[in-house]
Design a protein around this ligand. Structure first.
Ligand code: MLT
Length: 270
């Protein structure tokens, strides 16, 4: 059973068993955001899942309130930043949840630091590397961001980021996502584009994944099609697939309740 807030624990000290309550749940969920976003995309999880797990949600280097350092970045660098954070917080292992580019980071973290990963949640992401055409696209986007700023990159992604119904029915959410993307900075965008361009193909690793894995995807994702999630689910032994209806590329925000339910259910096994 998963630990919940205020679980009672026991400690043996000086040959005396001491019982104590701890409001911090045993399981740690490390949420890694996608591109060109920041940790605000997890506000709905911080609010609702904090009793099910301790939630750590970094801003990757060059994003949000983290330092705006010059690139290029690599997936290894981003994964190691997350592990340095776990080290700093004294956390041995976490359930690593990555959204889109954050999913690429999560797979790299698993590859480099298997002993730190207790479970995996792959959200709106894919296992494959970039095609040659996609790599050229990353370079063109980076050059454009360097000369014109992040606005053209954000404008290019914006129309496809959310499900059509989300754009129509949830203007407040659309505004929040716009604000998050508007906060992106050139170093972070250029650095992350290089990391995505150079990432390795994780497909061969999928069959070897031996931690409980949840694959979550918006049924109306137009940036990364749900077929990518289905393929990862088929390849990862014992994995669970949650297709979230009424959601595009940001299921954790567009269908917060359904997303949180899928995660809470997944956490019950730990
Ligand atoms: C993301 O949402 O993190 C990116 O769009 C992923 C990508 O460009 O491959």
């Amino acid at each position: 059973m998963s630990a919940t807030a205020n679980d009672n624990h026991d400690l043996e000290h000086d040959h005396v068993g001491l019982s104590y309550a701890d409001s911090c749940p045993d399981n740690v969920l490390l949420f890694i955001h996608g591109f060109p976003l920041n940790n605000r995309i997890w506000d709905g999880q911080l609010a609702d899942l904090a009793g099910d797990a301790r939630i750590i949600a970094p801003d990757l280097r060059g994003s949000g309130d983290s330092d705006d350092v010059e690139g290029p970045y690599s997936m290894a660098m981003l994964a190691d930043d997350c592990v340095a954070l776990l080290d700093e917080l004294g956390i041995d292992e976490a359930i690593v949840a990555g959204h889109s580019m954050g999913g690429y980071v999560a797979l790299e973290l698993l590859r480099r630091h298997r002993d730190r990963v207790k479970g995996l949640i792959l959200i709106a992401t894919r296992a494959g590397a970039d095609s040659d055409e996609a790599r050229a696209g990353r370079d063109a986007s980076a050059a454009r961001a360097a000369s014109e700023g992040v606005a053209p990159i954000v404008e290019g992604m914006r129309p496809k980021l959310l499900a059509e119904d989300t754009y129509e029915d949830d203007p407040e959410l659309v505004e929040i996502v716009d604000e998050i993307m508007a906060a992106a900075n050139v170093n972070g965008v250029v650095g992350a584009l290089a990391a995505m361009r150079d990432r390795v193909d994780s497909t061969p690793m999928l069959a070897e994944i031996d931690v409980p894995t949840l694959v979550v995807h918006g049924a109306e994702d137009r940036l990364i099609p749900p077929s990518e999630a289905e393929a990862m689910h088929k390849a990862i032994p014992g994995s669970t697939l949650a297709l979230i209806h009424g959601a595009g590329h940001l299921p954790q925000m567009e269908q917060e309740e359904a997303f949180n339910e899928a995660v809470a259910e997944f956490l019950e096994q730990f």
